[in-house]
Ligand binder design. Structure first.
Ligand code: NAD
Ligand code: DAU
Length: 354
């Protein structure tokens, strides 16, 4: 049994599905179901008794304490977060509430539970904290990629909140001995990603023949990793990662934003022709404030120490992703229309979470 937080979001839901397929042991999935949480992502495991969904907040110490006591998970895999940089620029407070205060609450509940365990279980427990490369700040065109020893220099409220949570996790290991492992990953893409992030937004807008908004000059660079490879890396870090260590995860696939968007347009021209090239929809818009220029990941440590490497190439992963969205227009419609929120209203009404 493992406890996953944020397992109804993009990476979390991919992780839960992959975990049940690859490992098979049960998962308790604690998710608040914010706008980013969508139980339709988990439709394919509906009725699977190995998946126990609990709607609740990671900061609710009583709830987390009860779940830990009842299920005695061997690991906590912590995905839950506010994750979108643009939203953090418009309203940072929620990012501090969930990513910092929420993570602190979760750590406290886990520490209280862990302290009371018999010694073998104490040693075996893992708290795996899922974090981001954005904590390292921005690189110049020729700078070496981020390694685990790159100093933290977060630039957006989102990155600052994730950096703070990383520091708390580090402190819980050093101060209390909690067996934590932190992973810092680059930009993910793949099925079930909410269409506010670059790749799904461009796919969904192109299908609706809406403009494809590119910030600034479109030459900002991100390193892209297929979500399935990230899930794989997390399973590896959980199984073999050393407590107290951090591991960078990346796809060795740096691309300028405009090149990513152009590739999506080319794939759509082929898989979903519309008479005119989709690239005609590309529109340059005002830049994101404080927009980081370049991210790149040096993933040598996780390769050397844990034997992980990405399997998917960006070109094929992007094609699979575009095809997934084309094949799941129902999901797209329910997300873009807001219909997917009805499940939450029907099942939870206006009640506050668990
Ligand atoms: P997401 O926004 O798609 O999903 C976040 C999930 O967390 C949602 O299901 C939401 O309902 C839940 N949640 C939010 N606040 C909560 C709370 N207080 N209590 C319980 N649940 C709550 O995010 P994602 O893109 O899947 O990212 C998952 C994690 O991976 C985050 O920690 C993020 O920082 C990290 N990460 C993301 C990427 C990426 O490219 N998306 C890359 C590296 C790291
Ligand atoms: O690097 C890991 C991070 O990647 C994760 O920690 C974050 O949770 C995740 O959201 C992502 O952050 P980014 O800011 O890099 O992702 P986003 O998809 O928002 O933007 C990717 C790039 O595309 C970035 O340079 C901004 C640009 N962009 C984005 C959007 C939404 C555009 O040009 N136009 C857009 O409409």
């Amino acid at each position: 049994m493992i406890l996953v937080t944020g397992g109804a979001g993009f990476i979390g839901s991919n992780f839960v599905l992959d975990w049940l397929a690859a490992e098979g042991s049960p998962v308790v999935n604690l998710d608040k179901l914010t706008y980013a949480g969508n139980l339709r992502n988990l439709e394919s495991i509906e009725g699977d008794t190995r998946h126990v969904f609990v709607r609740g907040d990671i900061g609710d110490g009583d709830l987390v304490g009860r779940l830990l006591k009842e299920h005695r998970p061997r690991a906590i895999v912590h995905f839950a977060a506010e994750s979108h940089v643009d939203r953090s620029i418009h309203g940072p407070a929620e990012f501090i509430d969930t990513n910092v205060v929420g993570t602190l609450g979760l750590l406290e509940a886990v520490r209280a539970h862990w302290s009371g365990l018999p010694s073998a279980e104490r040693a075996a427990l893992r708290f795996l904290h899922v974090s981001t490369d954005e904590v390292y700040g921005s690189l110049g065109a020729t700078d070496p990629a981020f390694s685990e020893t790159t100093p933290y220099a977060p630039n957006s409220p989102y990155a600052a909140s994730k950096a703070a949570s990383d520091h708390l996790v580090r402190a819980y290991h050093h101060t209390y001995g909690l067996p934590t492992v932190t992973t810092n990953c680059s930009n993910n893409y793949g099925p079930f990603q909410f269409p506010e992030k670059l790749i799904p937004l461009m796919i969904v807008n192109a299908l609706a023949r809406k403009p494809l908004p590119i910030y600034g000059d479109g030459r900002n660079v991100r390193d892209w990793l297929y979500v399935g490879d990230h899930c794989d890396a997390i399973r590896v870090a959980l199984a073999r990662g050393r407590p107290g260590e951090t591991y960078n995860i990346g796809g060795s696939a740096e691309r300028a934003n405009v090149d990513i968007v152009s590739s999506i347009c080319t794939i759509l021209d082929e898989l979903h022709p519309r008479g005119a090239p989709h690239s005609e929809l590309i529109t340059y818009v005002t830049d994101r404030p404080g927009h980081d220029r370049r991210y790149a990941i040096d993933a040598a440590k996780i390769g050397r120490d844990l034997g992980w490497a990405p399997r998917e190439r960006l070109e094929t992963g992007l094609r699979t992703t575009v095809a997934w969205y084309l094949g799941h227009m129902d999901w797209v419609r329910s997300v873009t229309s807001g219909e997917y929120r009805k499940w939450v209203d029907t099942n939870y009404g206006s009640r506050s979470v668990a």
